[in-house]
Ligand binder design. Structure first.
Ligand code: MG
Length: 370
């Protein structure tokens, strides 16, 4: 079997607002083969940038566009293709957008392999650790502490046993920050795990102060309180407080994750398969496992990301919970023909060949950016 083409399909709502919500647009990747099998992947990045990285013509022996590198390759040779893309993009790659774009192709290759062999992706990756994954509702904070509490109540009532709130307006001042967490706890009640995503808003000393206050509300983890480059700040924070510190969604290569774990001393490693691929995400998860750390998904896109995340989590020994975005974008809710649903607090790992996700062509046509 040979790869014949790579399509980078930019989907977007009519208006993309400036807020921490990645479900407003996306880049879907289709990898076509001469066997008639097409694989689907997704990229969580700037769709414009990632599309250019896939489609760019060749410029230098280590500055190729990704499509140029993969057309003609055997799609079952996934790790070899990952290394070819990594090496062929070194001038502009190694971290960030280039790896994001590689991830879309990588996920599509796993989908092809599953379809070709008639097996779900998690089994091909050696998995089956989980058949269903406990899901946390992942949402943004309300505009006010009161609204945050109401949002928490809503997801508890829907049956989620864990809820995460993130980003604005956290970080304005101490009083508001504490009120947001207090009302979040009131809203979800005492029996639901409460996760807080600070959204890169503090320096290390402020984060230490906040984490100590937030312990009064029994938060399960504090996510991304610091700039991702502040590894020494992460180490100071992790060593100063009891609450678990989670981070990693800004990273895309295992070299960065090694820094975050060994220098930043984080407690929970978060990987987005649409930024690190299934191939590299699994390497990161095993590096975390060697360090006795849990590894979980970051996911705030469509069901392509979510399905790939489920296969990833099911294929590693050190995961336990699924980020399940509850954003109301039609790209998240309707892009899959059969949307993935939470039932009794869990989401089942797809068991069909490949990723187990088919695109709803009507939604693709409606939101495609020409
Ligand atoms: Mg986050």
């Amino acid at each position: 079997m040979k790869i014949t083409d790579v399509e980078a399909i930019h989907l977007s709502l009519a208006k993309v607002e400036e807020r921490a919500d990645g479900t407003q647009d996306t880049l879907i990747v289709k990898v076509h083969t001469d066997a008639g099998i097409t694989g689907i992947g997704e990229v969580d990045s700037s769709p414009h940038v990632a599309k250019a990285i896939i489609e760019a013509p060749t410029s230098h022996s280590i500055a190729h566009g990704l499509k140029y590198l993969v057309v003609g390759e055997d799609p079952l040779e996934i790790e070899k293709i990952w290394d070819k893309m990594y090496h062929g993009s070194i001038y502009y790659g190694r971290r960030g957008a280039a790896i994001h774009a590689m991830s879309g192709i990588d996920i599509a290759l796993w989908d092809i392999k599953g379809k070709a062999l008639g097996q779900p992706v998690y089994k091909l990756m050696g998995g089956g650790y989980l058949k269903k994954v406990r899901a946390y509702a992942s949402t943004l904070f309300g505009k006010t502490p009161k609204e945050t509490g109401e949002i928490g109540r809503k997801y508890r009532d829907q049956g989620f046993t864990a809820v995460k709130f993130g980003w604005d307006p956290m970080g304005q001042d101490e009083k508001t920050d504490i009120a947001l967490v207090r009302e979040a706890r009131k809203g979800v009640g005492e029996d639901v795990d409460l996760l807080i995503d600070a959204g890169l808003c503090w320096d290390a000393k402020t984060a230490i102060q906040r984490a100590r206050k937030f312990q009064d509300y029994n938060i399960y983890w504090l996510e991304e309180p610091l700039h991702p480059d502040d590894l020494d700040g992460y180490a100071k924070l992790s060593e100063a407080v009891d609450v678990r510190i989670a981070a990693g969604e800004e990273e895309s290569s295992r070299a960065s994750y090694i820094d975050l774990m060994d220098r930043g001393k984080i407690d929970v490693v978060q990987v987005d398969v649409t930024r690190a691929g299934l191939t590299e995400s699994r390497r990161v998860a095993f590096l975390a496992h060697d360090r006795k750390l849990p590894c979980v998904n970051h996911s705030f896109k469509t069901d392509v990301n979510l399905a790939a995340s489920l296969h990833f989590l099911a294929s590693v020994p050190n995961s336990f919970i699924l980020e399940f975005s509850v954003a109301t974008s039609p790209l998240r809710e309707k892009l899959a023909l059969e949307p993935l649903k939470m039932k009794d607090g869990y989401v089942e790992v797809p068991d069909k060949p490949g990723l187990g996700v088919e695109l709803n062509q009507k939604i693709v046509d409606k939101y495609r950016v020409v």
